[in-house]
Write a protein that binds this ligand. Structure first.
Ligand SMILES: NC(=O)c1ccc[n+]([C@@H]2O[C@H](COP(=O)([O-])OP(=O)(O)OC[C@H]3O[C@@H](n4cnc5c(N)ncnc54)[C@H](OP(=O)(O)O)[C@@H]3O)[C@@H](O)[C@H]2O)c1
Length: 294
């Protein structure tokens, strides 16, 4: 084990290297995926309408922002993998981008052939992550997810939803020890998952992807026209979007948060939240009080 003197000598040597410090500042904050020991930058993309509409020009502009800022995670539903897959092939960014492919919602579990088609469209064999989305019967559907992982169709498997009705079923499956990821809503306006679900996920080595950071846009009318508090600069926060995102990523259980937009300048603002400092516990309590008072 490293002793205190060696640690301090190493730390002061690092402090003497401005080039190293500058390199760190340029890189987006990342967390480790517990089941795979690989790095995940903390801000990613949701399933933008540009992807769903197969609007390649806008999708491409958005994905340029993700690539340039060092982001990784993209949440995919159905045909939205078409423009994303095309972009990954065009720019050869399969290693940088990490795709969460949602299955199981509405139309039920897809046939294996559908997943093989996804592998072709994404150019990823195996797929990175299969997410069982808004499952009607998680206990019954989960064994199929495990079979797909055992067959090598995907590297990781997980559960995705929005709403506290899913907390208890997700907790039960997490306790079973075979869940690699959960995706759930958690934010200043919807903090409930932070009470039990997120700490449980962290204890069981389950990566957490947070969705609905802006409650599907409902957050912005609350803060619109209001000045960002001066103390937000203490954690390098430059906009109301970053105020929400920094609150989320400061929770150590969170692996990354996904943001939905079809506007590249909003994407740049959002990804910017992954750089610089994050709020400490006192600052987070102050953020929550402020938003609750609006
Ligand atoms: N599996 C599930 O059950 C499930 C459920 C819900 C969500 N999700 C995933 O989570 C993702 C995100 O959740 P969400 O759809 O609720 O979206 P969200 O990210 O909470 O909010 C999106 C809204 O915020 C606006 N916005 C984004 N960035 C902004 C910025 N910097 N400044 C001002 N406005 C901004 C967007 O408008 P503009 O387009 O104008 O920027 C849009 O109206 C979804 O895309 C989806 O992939 C999954």
């Amino acid at each position: 084990m490293i002793d205190r003197r060696t640690f301090l000598a190493g730390a002061s040597a690092l402090a003497l290297h401005p080039l190293l410090a500058a390199e760190e500042e340029r890189r987006m904050l990342a967390r480790t995926i517990p089941a795979g020991n690989e790095a995940m930058p903390v801000i990613g993309f949701g399933n933008s309408s540009a992807f769903r509409d197969n609007d390649y020009e806008t999708s491409s502009a958005l994905l340029d922002v993700l690539r340039e800022t060092g982001g990784r995670f993209i949440d995919i539903h159905g045909d939205s993998e078409i423009p994303v897959g095309r972009y990954m092939k065009q720019h050869e960014v399969h290693a940088q981008f990490f795709i969460g492919t949602n299955v199981g919602a509405a139309k039920g579990m897809p046939p294996d052939a559908r997943l093989l088609a996804s592998q072709d469209r994404q150019g990823k064999k195996p797929l990175d992550l299969l997410l069982l989305s808004r499952p009607a019967d998680p206990q019954r559907q989960w064994p199929q997810m495990r079979r797909w992982k055992e067959q090598g169709l995907a590297r990781y498997i997980g559960l995705a939803a929005t709403g506290d009705a899913f907390f208890a079923p997700f907790e039960n499956l997490i306790r079973g020890g075979t869940v690699d990821f959960i995706e759930i809503n958690y934010s200043l306006l919807e903090p409930a998952a932070g009470e039990r679900l997120l700490p449980l996920a962290m204890d069981h080595g389950v990566a957490v992807v947070v969705n609905r950071p802006f409650v599907n846009g409902r957050y912005f009318p609350l803060v619109s026209g209001k000045a960002l508090p001066a103390w937000a600069a203490d954690f390098d926060c430059a906009s109301w979007a970053q105020f929400s995102l920094k609150y989320i990523i400061a929770n150590p259980a969170v692996t990354c948060v996904i943001t939905e937009t079809s506007k590249p300048h909003h994407a740049r603002d959002n990804l910017g939240a992954g750089f610089g400092r994050v709020p400490d516990d006192d600052q987070r309590a102050r953020m929550l009080n402020l938003v609750n008072s609006l």
